[in-house]
Ligand binder design. Structure first.
Ligand code: SF4
Length: 700
């Protein structure tokens, strides 16, 4: 199709979409009144696409009506190419208005459709994107058969790409027999084409939430989308007055569209493929999405990330281990090379066919691992990978860790020939293929003999305790170096996490040990060593080496960092922190709010509002993004008084870290149940005789 013909098709489609949006607003205004508020649930960005591109946060139906007039004007402006993009963006914005009205009148989509994705869910998803577990996002729409979808989704699943689905294509996905949902990374937005706007208004929150780009800075938003958001769209087959504006809109947003439909090509933005099976490869190439294919162990069933999260119900279970019904444990030990016989896999006790179908049985898994430079302090981190490695096996469900595991094997897997011994094959293959740099030898013992399981579980528990004691005792002063992470720089360009044994990362996902192993595995990866240098202030936690590394890694934007203070030069905050510590000047104390707390905090601001201005890699005195585990550290804001200075916390968070709050302070720290305003807080603190009250009295 020629460009001009395509533009005509897009413009005709936009007219139609805009007029539908005007109708839906008018009908809703008749039903609810023109001042009725419309909103998506769980976002602080109003109608995120419109907010990002225009800076306008809409609320009432009347304001939506006004927005549609501006949207129409946007579609008419400029040269042909700009007009194409603008028309497409106008179509998406009009779809967003229609969907927002639907939400306010009809409410949520019926299951399994997800519709609007909340800010919290997006933050959780963004962690996998930040750590590279999920390398990118594909938006799929159009029409395809079950067979076609089976092949295409196989390509996407192999690469562990998050897939957002909209329109009739979902029928094909269902026919292909794939499980839909966030857990399986196949997210059905809605069965109609306009539901694709939920993909657009998810992606466009990336520059706002993680990039520190202000809403309304349209060119910056679009540039960020084009260069930093690892997403592409695949549209199969259907080119119409509805899909043509969608193609133009996503291209306008900087999300390349790969299609087998007859469209004019625009370099790196609209790309035609003759064979739809090439679309995933092309999309990854255009967006620079790198991936590793998952190695398959020698087992008789399928294996891959797509089976992670698979649930095996009781009626479909052949056998189960642990789950509080029998003794079961898993243990990884680092041994000397001479103590490990590489490839030795032994089963001690009966295999699957000798166990009674449908009944629980005991299980022990012991992985012995050796390699140059693999130290004992990496045991816990490497052991945690057992969960992921086993969960990728089709027909095997693994939950928990250590001596609290629960494993089920399905009847189908047993019928296909899966044996308990295969647990050893999976672990042997995966440890070697995942950690080729450090792992030289692996041997696995799988124990089903009840007497042996009982005997070895005691040994395992002794080793868990030994490990915990050692990790708990590690201090900043004792270790040679700290570690850093810049994964969030894809969203927060100047953010640098400094991770110490007493200061977990902001996302809570990376401890000092995690960062250490990640650095060992891939020294050129996102984790790096931070040499401590000279200690300039042992209380605030200022080190010359930290300052030098942060200056370098933040591209010169952060010159000094206090690891344990909210004042002066606090640690930068990215966007995926688990909680925010905030100074409350009126009481000279500190409040802490966790992500997920929706109401206003005691200072009148919500978590999202505070996250908005302290995130993005900035160093903002008085506001600090933190990981929840930092509250459990002996060094938690020690320079500011630690818990002696904490005056308000959300009740949920207070309960979660209860054991780390000094007993005499616990009742003196207010929650939302005790104080919802500064005035209430002042009264509460005085009555509770909180230590900060002495500071007020001294000042007075
Ligand atoms: S919060 Fe810190 S540790 Fe976590 S992904 Fe971001 S930069 Fe890395």
């Amino acid at each position: 199709m020629l460009f001009k013909e395509f533009l005509v098709l897009v413009r005709r489609g936009v007219e139609e979409i805009l007029s539908k949006a005007v109708d839906s607003v008018s009908k809703a205004a008749e039903q609810l009144g023109k001042d009725a508020e419309v909103a998506f649930p769980g976002t602080v960005y109003g109608l995120p696409l419109i907010y990002a591109l225009t800076g306008r946060k809409l609320g009432s139906l009347e304001s939506l009506r006004g927005e549609l007039v501006s949207t129409k004007l946007l579609a008419m402006k400029k040269d042909e190419l700009t007009s194409l993009y603008n028309s497409g963006l106008a179509a998406l914005m009009a779809m967003e208005v229609s969907e927002a009205v639907n939400f306010s009148t009809v409410k949520a989509y019926p299951k399994p459709y997800v519709g609007f994705i909340s800010d919290t869910t997006f933050r959780e998803l963004s962690l996998s994107l930040a750590d590279g577990t999920v390398p990118g996002i594909a938006v799929l729409t159009g029409r395809a058969s079950g067979e076609e979808m089976h092949s295409l989704l196989g390509e996407l699943k192999d690469r562990n790409i998050l897939v957002l689905l909209a329109g009739p294509i979902i029928k094909g996905v269902k026919e292909a027999g794939y499980e839909l949902g966030l857990e399986s990374k196949l997210v059905p937005l809605g069965e109609s084409y306009p539901s694709i706007v939920y993909a657009a208004n998810l992606l466009v929150r990336t520059p706002l939430m993680f990039g520190g780009v202000e809403a309304g800075r349209r060119e910056e938003i679009l540039s960020y989308m084009k260069h930093r958001v690892p997403a592409f769209m695949i549209l199969l087959r259907e080119l119409s007055e509805v899909t043509a504006p969608i193609i133009a809109g996503f291209a306008g947003l900087g999300v390349p569209v790969i299609t087998d439909a007859d469209i004019p090509e625009i370099p790196r933005l609209t790309i035609k493929v003759d064979d739809y099976m090439k679309s995933v490869e092309v999309g990854c190439e255009v967006k620079g999405i790198k991936y590793k294919r998952v190695v398959k162990p020698p087992i008789p069933v399928d294996y891959g990330p797509s089976f992670e999260g698979e649930r095996i119900r009781k009626e479909n279970m052949y056998v189960e281990f642990g789950g509080a019904k029998t003794e079961a444990f898993e243990l990884l030990r680092i041994r000397k090379p001479g103590e490990v016989s590489d490839g030795h896999i032994e089963l001690v006790g009966p295999d699957l066919e000798e166990l009674a179908e449908g009944s629980p049985a005991p299980l022990g898994i012991i992985v012995d691992l050796a390699g140059e430079g693999v130290e004992r302090d990496l045991e816990a981190v490497l052991e945690r990978r057992i969960h992921q490695f086993l969960n990728r096996c089709k027909g095997l469900m693994h939950i928990g860790s250590r001596d609290e595991i629960w494993i089920r094997i399905s009847k189908e897997a047993a019928k296909a020939g899966l044996k308990i011994r295969n647990i050893g094959d999976i672990l042997y293959t995966m440890y070697h293929s995942t950690f080729p740099r450090i792992v030289e030898k692996v041997q696995v013992s799988v124990i089903t003999d009840p007497i042996q399981v009982s005997k070895m579980i005691g040994e395992a528990r002794r080793l868990y305790m030994e490990r915990d004691k050692k990790v708990k005792e590690l201090t900043e002063e004792e270790v040679d170096a700290f570690y850093g992470c810049t994964l969030c720089q894809s969203f927060a360009p100047t953010h640098v996490c400094v991770i110490t044994p007493e200061r977990v990362s902001l996302c809570g996902a990376t401890s000092w040990l995690d960062a250490k192993i990640s650095y060992k595995l891939d020294p050129s990866g996102p984790n790096f060593i931070v040499l401590k240098g000279r200690c300039l202030d042992p209380v605030k936690g200022e080190w010359t080496g930290v300052n030098e590394t942060v200056l370098d890694k933040s591209h010169g934007s952060t010159k000094r960092v206090y690891l344990h203070s909210i004042f002066g030069f606090p640690h930068t905050s990215c966007g995926c922190f688990e909680a925010i510590a905030f100074y409350i000047p009126e009481v000279d104390g500190i409040g802490v709010v966790h992500r997920g707390f929706k109401e206003a905090t005691v200072n009148g601001m919500t978590f999202s509002t505070m996250a908005g201005f302290c995130g993005g890699g900035k160093q903002v005195e008085g506001f600090l993004g933190i990981g929840v585990n930092y509250l459990r550290s002996k060094k938690f804001l020690v320079a500011d008084g630690g818990f002696n200075r904490v005056v308000w916390m959300t009740s949920e968070l207070k309960e979660r870290v209860k054991e780390s709050i000094p007993r005499d302070l616990y009742d003196k720290i207010a929650t939302e149940k005790d104080a919802s305003s500064i005035r209430d807080l002042q009264v509460f603190l005085r009555e509770a005789a909180h230590p900060v009250v002495q500071r007020w009295d001294k000042k007075a």
